[in-house]
Design a protein around this ligand. Structure first.
Ligand code: FE2
Length: 247
Protein backbone atom coordinates (compact mmCIF):
# COMPACT_ATOMS: atom_id res chain seq x y z
CA UNK A 1 0.00 0.00 0.00
CA UNK A 2 2.84 2.37 0.87
CA UNK A 3 4.60 1.59 -2.37
CA UNK A 4 1.48 2.47 -4.27
CA UNK A 5 1.26 5.86 -2.66
CA UNK A 6 4.94 6.49 -3.20
CA UNK A 7 4.78 6.02 -6.97
CA UNK A 8 4.45 9.40 -8.57
CA UNK A 9 3.94 9.59 -12.28
CA UNK A 10 5.03 12.85 -13.94
CA UNK A 11 2.29 15.47 -13.83
CA UNK A 12 0.69 16.97 -16.89
CA UNK A 13 2.93 19.79 -18.17
CA UNK A 14 0.15 21.97 -19.44
CA UNK A 15 2.39 24.71 -20.83
CA UNK A 16 4.21 22.23 -23.06
CA UNK A 17 1.34 21.39 -25.44
CA UNK A 18 2.08 22.60 -28.95
CA UNK A 19 -0.29 24.40 -31.33
CA UNK A 20 -0.38 21.22 -33.39
CA UNK A 21 -1.52 19.20 -30.39
CA UNK A 22 -4.26 21.72 -29.61
CA UNK A 23 -5.31 21.55 -33.29
CA UNK A 24 -5.49 17.73 -33.10
CA UNK A 25 -7.61 17.97 -29.93
CA UNK A 26 -9.94 20.47 -31.66
CA UNK A 27 -10.26 18.24 -34.72
CA UNK A 28 -11.02 15.11 -32.68
CA UNK A 29 -13.37 16.97 -30.38
CA UNK A 30 -15.44 18.65 -33.11
CA UNK A 31 -15.61 15.55 -35.26
CA UNK A 32 -16.67 13.38 -32.35
CA UNK A 33 -19.21 15.89 -31.00
CA UNK A 34 -20.83 16.03 -34.45
CA UNK A 35 -21.27 12.28 -34.42
CA UNK A 36 -22.34 11.80 -30.78
CA UNK A 37 -24.45 14.84 -29.97
CA UNK A 38 -27.75 13.04 -30.67
CA UNK A 39 -26.71 9.62 -29.43
CA UNK A 40 -24.62 10.16 -26.29
CA UNK A 41 -26.35 9.45 -23.01
CA UNK A 42 -26.90 12.47 -20.73
CA UNK A 43 -24.85 10.53 -18.15
CA UNK A 44 -21.92 11.35 -20.41
CA UNK A 45 -22.88 14.69 -21.95
CA UNK A 46 -23.89 16.27 -18.63
CA UNK A 47 -20.42 15.43 -17.32
CA UNK A 48 -18.81 16.87 -20.42
CA UNK A 49 -20.47 20.25 -19.91
CA UNK A 50 -20.01 20.21 -16.13
CA UNK A 51 -16.26 19.75 -16.62
CA UNK A 52 -16.15 22.59 -19.14
CA UNK A 53 -14.53 20.59 -21.95
CA UNK A 54 -14.42 22.43 -25.29
CA UNK A 55 -12.73 22.05 -28.64
CA UNK A 56 -10.76 25.24 -27.97
CA UNK A 57 -8.05 23.71 -25.82
CA UNK A 58 -6.74 20.50 -24.33
CA UNK A 59 -8.18 20.06 -20.82
CA UNK A 60 -5.96 21.21 -17.97
CA UNK A 61 -6.03 18.45 -15.32
CA UNK A 62 -5.89 21.01 -12.49
CA UNK A 63 -9.06 22.69 -13.77
CA UNK A 64 -10.73 19.35 -14.48
CA UNK A 65 -10.03 18.25 -10.91
CA UNK A 66 -11.64 21.35 -9.41
CA UNK A 67 -14.92 20.66 -11.19
CA UNK A 68 -14.77 16.89 -10.87
CA UNK A 69 -13.97 16.90 -7.18
CA UNK A 70 -16.85 19.24 -6.54
CA UNK A 71 -19.23 16.98 -8.47
CA UNK A 72 -18.43 13.52 -7.08
CA UNK A 73 -15.26 13.72 -4.98
CA UNK A 74 -13.19 12.12 -7.76
CA UNK A 75 -9.87 13.36 -9.17
CA UNK A 76 -7.70 12.35 -12.11
CA UNK A 77 -3.93 11.94 -12.22
CA UNK A 78 -1.60 11.74 -15.19
CA UNK A 79 -0.19 8.35 -16.22
CA UNK A 80 2.32 7.55 -18.97
CA UNK A 81 0.18 4.68 -20.36
CA UNK A 82 -1.22 1.46 -18.98
CA UNK A 83 -0.21 1.08 -15.35
CA UNK A 84 -0.09 -1.96 -13.03
CA UNK A 85 -3.47 -3.27 -11.86
CA UNK A 86 -2.63 -2.85 -8.16
CA UNK A 87 -1.98 0.88 -8.55
CA UNK A 88 -4.88 1.39 -10.95
CA UNK A 89 -7.43 -0.31 -8.70
CA UNK A 90 -6.14 0.93 -5.35
CA UNK A 91 -6.32 4.52 -6.54
CA UNK A 92 -9.68 3.95 -8.18
CA UNK A 93 -11.03 2.60 -4.91
CA UNK A 94 -10.00 6.00 -3.48
CA UNK A 95 -11.84 7.82 -6.29
CA UNK A 96 -8.79 8.62 -8.35
CA UNK A 97 -8.56 7.79 -12.05
CA UNK A 98 -5.33 7.57 -14.06
CA UNK A 99 -5.51 9.33 -17.43
CA UNK A 100 -2.85 9.72 -20.09
CA UNK A 101 -1.90 13.31 -20.94
CA UNK A 102 -0.32 12.69 -24.36
CA UNK A 103 -2.26 13.02 -27.58
CA UNK A 104 -2.19 10.93 -30.75
CA UNK A 105 -0.49 12.27 -33.88
CA UNK A 106 -2.37 13.73 -36.84
CA UNK A 107 -1.84 10.52 -38.84
CA UNK A 108 -3.43 8.46 -36.03
CA UNK A 109 -6.76 10.30 -35.85
CA UNK A 110 -8.82 7.20 -36.53
CA UNK A 111 -7.02 4.40 -34.81
CA UNK A 112 -4.66 4.04 -31.91
CA UNK A 113 -3.39 0.88 -30.26
CA UNK A 114 -2.95 2.40 -26.82
CA UNK A 115 -5.35 4.80 -25.12
CA UNK A 116 -4.33 8.47 -25.38
CA UNK A 117 -5.91 11.45 -23.65
CA UNK A 118 -8.71 11.75 -26.17
CA UNK A 119 -9.89 8.33 -25.05
CA UNK A 120 -9.03 8.70 -21.36
CA UNK A 121 -10.07 12.30 -20.81
CA UNK A 122 -12.79 12.95 -23.37
CA UNK A 123 -14.21 9.43 -23.12
CA UNK A 124 -13.79 8.47 -19.48
CA UNK A 125 -13.64 11.56 -17.32
CA UNK A 126 -17.21 12.84 -17.97
CA UNK A 127 -18.48 9.50 -16.59
CA UNK A 128 -16.64 10.17 -13.32
CA UNK A 129 -18.83 13.24 -12.85
CA UNK A 130 -21.94 11.02 -12.80
CA UNK A 131 -22.96 9.97 -9.28
CA UNK A 132 -24.15 6.46 -10.18
CA UNK A 133 -21.36 5.57 -12.60
CA UNK A 134 -18.63 6.89 -10.31
CA UNK A 135 -20.03 4.91 -7.34
CA UNK A 136 -20.14 1.80 -9.50
CA UNK A 137 -16.46 2.24 -10.40
CA UNK A 138 -15.47 2.85 -6.81
CA UNK A 139 -17.29 -0.32 -5.72
CA UNK A 140 -15.81 -2.34 -8.58
CA UNK A 141 -12.29 -1.25 -7.62
CA UNK A 142 -13.13 -2.03 -3.99
CA UNK A 143 -13.68 -5.66 -5.02
CA UNK A 144 -10.62 -5.73 -7.28
CA UNK A 145 -8.18 -4.75 -4.52
CA UNK A 146 -9.16 -7.88 -2.58
CA UNK A 147 -8.38 -10.18 -5.51
CA UNK A 148 -5.29 -8.69 -7.15
CA UNK A 149 -3.53 -12.06 -7.09
CA UNK A 150 -6.50 -13.92 -8.53
CA UNK A 151 -6.26 -13.72 -12.32
CA UNK A 152 -9.70 -15.20 -12.89
CA UNK A 153 -11.46 -12.68 -10.64
CA UNK A 154 -9.52 -9.78 -12.18
CA UNK A 155 -10.69 -11.05 -15.57
CA UNK A 156 -14.33 -11.00 -14.36
CA UNK A 157 -13.85 -7.44 -13.14
CA UNK A 158 -12.25 -6.47 -16.44
CA UNK A 159 -15.25 -7.94 -18.31
CA UNK A 160 -17.75 -6.00 -16.23
CA UNK A 161 -15.70 -2.82 -16.70
CA UNK A 162 -15.36 -3.49 -20.42
CA UNK A 163 -19.06 -4.08 -21.16
CA UNK A 164 -20.17 -1.05 -19.13
CA UNK A 165 -17.58 1.70 -18.75
CA UNK A 166 -15.90 1.03 -22.10
CA UNK A 167 -18.67 -0.31 -24.36
CA UNK A 168 -21.96 0.22 -22.55
CA UNK A 169 -25.24 1.25 -24.16
CA UNK A 170 -28.36 2.41 -22.34
CA UNK A 171 -32.02 2.74 -23.31
CA UNK A 172 -33.26 6.28 -22.70
CA UNK A 173 -36.64 7.61 -23.80
CA UNK A 174 -37.16 4.52 -25.96
CA UNK A 175 -33.87 5.08 -27.82
CA UNK A 176 -30.47 3.45 -27.62
CA UNK A 177 -27.85 5.84 -26.27
CA UNK A 178 -24.14 5.43 -25.69
CA UNK A 179 -22.30 5.90 -22.41
CA UNK A 180 -19.22 3.69 -22.91
CA UNK A 181 -15.95 5.61 -23.18
CA UNK A 182 -14.47 3.22 -25.74
CA UNK A 183 -17.36 3.93 -28.08
CA UNK A 184 -17.70 7.66 -27.43
CA UNK A 185 -14.04 8.29 -28.20
CA UNK A 186 -14.15 6.26 -31.44
CA UNK A 187 -15.84 7.68 -34.52
CA UNK A 188 -16.03 4.23 -36.15
CA UNK A 189 -17.56 2.37 -33.22
CA UNK A 190 -20.02 5.22 -32.52
CA UNK A 191 -21.56 4.57 -35.93
CA UNK A 192 -21.24 0.80 -35.80
CA UNK A 193 -22.77 0.18 -32.38
CA UNK A 194 -26.08 1.79 -33.37
CA UNK A 195 -26.16 0.28 -36.86
CA UNK A 196 -28.18 -2.74 -37.91
CA UNK A 197 -24.93 -4.75 -38.00
CA UNK A 198 -24.51 -4.42 -34.24
CA UNK A 199 -25.94 -6.85 -31.71
CA UNK A 200 -27.43 -5.05 -28.69
CA UNK A 201 -28.58 -7.41 -25.92
CA UNK A 202 -30.09 -6.83 -22.45
CA UNK A 203 -27.69 -6.05 -19.61
CA UNK A 204 -27.04 -9.20 -17.63
CA UNK A 205 -24.16 -9.38 -15.13
CA UNK A 206 -23.86 -13.18 -15.16
CA UNK A 207 -23.74 -13.22 -18.94
CA UNK A 208 -21.15 -10.42 -19.00
CA UNK A 209 -18.94 -12.31 -16.58
CA UNK A 210 -18.98 -15.30 -18.96
CA UNK A 211 -18.23 -13.23 -22.06
CA UNK A 212 -14.57 -12.68 -22.98
CA UNK A 213 -13.91 -9.39 -24.74
CA UNK A 214 -11.99 -8.52 -27.87
CA UNK A 215 -9.77 -5.50 -28.17
CA UNK A 216 -8.91 -5.10 -31.81
CA UNK A 217 -12.27 -4.95 -33.55
CA UNK A 218 -15.81 -3.72 -32.94
CA UNK A 219 -17.66 -5.55 -30.18
CA UNK A 220 -19.69 -8.63 -31.11
CA UNK A 221 -22.42 -7.61 -28.66
CA UNK A 222 -23.32 -4.56 -26.61
CA UNK A 223 -25.03 -4.97 -23.24
CA UNK A 224 -27.86 -2.46 -22.89
CA UNK A 225 -28.96 -0.99 -19.56
CA UNK A 226 -32.67 -0.24 -19.11
CA UNK A 227 -31.73 2.27 -16.46
CA UNK A 228 -28.46 3.55 -15.05
CA UNK A 229 -29.64 2.23 -11.68
CA UNK A 230 -28.98 -1.32 -12.85
CA UNK A 231 -25.32 -0.52 -12.19
CA UNK A 232 -26.14 -0.09 -8.50
CA UNK A 233 -26.77 -3.81 -8.02
CA UNK A 234 -24.13 -5.02 -10.47
CA UNK A 235 -21.21 -5.17 -8.05
CA UNK A 236 -23.26 -7.21 -5.54
CA UNK A 237 -24.06 -9.66 -8.35
CA UNK A 238 -20.36 -9.78 -9.21
CA UNK A 239 -19.50 -10.58 -5.58
CA UNK A 240 -22.01 -13.45 -5.54
CA UNK A 241 -20.63 -14.80 -8.79
CA UNK A 242 -17.07 -14.64 -7.41
CA UNK A 243 -18.12 -16.44 -4.22
CA UNK A 244 -19.75 -19.19 -6.24
CA UNK A 245 -16.82 -19.63 -8.57
CA UNK A 246 -14.01 -19.71 -6.03
CA UNK A 247 -15.66 -21.79 -3.31
FE1 FE2 B 1 -10.67 3.11 -21.52
Amino acid sequence: MNMINEINYPEQQYGNYTDTENTIWALLYKRQMDSISAVASPHFSNGLSLLGFTSASIPDFKQVNKHLHQATGWTIYAVPGLIPNDIFFHRMASKSFGATCWLRKMEQLDYLEEPDMFHDVFGHVPLLADPVISKFLEALAGVAINYLDNEMVIEYIARLYWYTIEFGLIKEGGQLKIYGAGILSSIGETKFCLSTDANPIPFDVNQILQTPYIKDSFQQQYFVLDSIHQLEGAVEELKKYIDQSIH
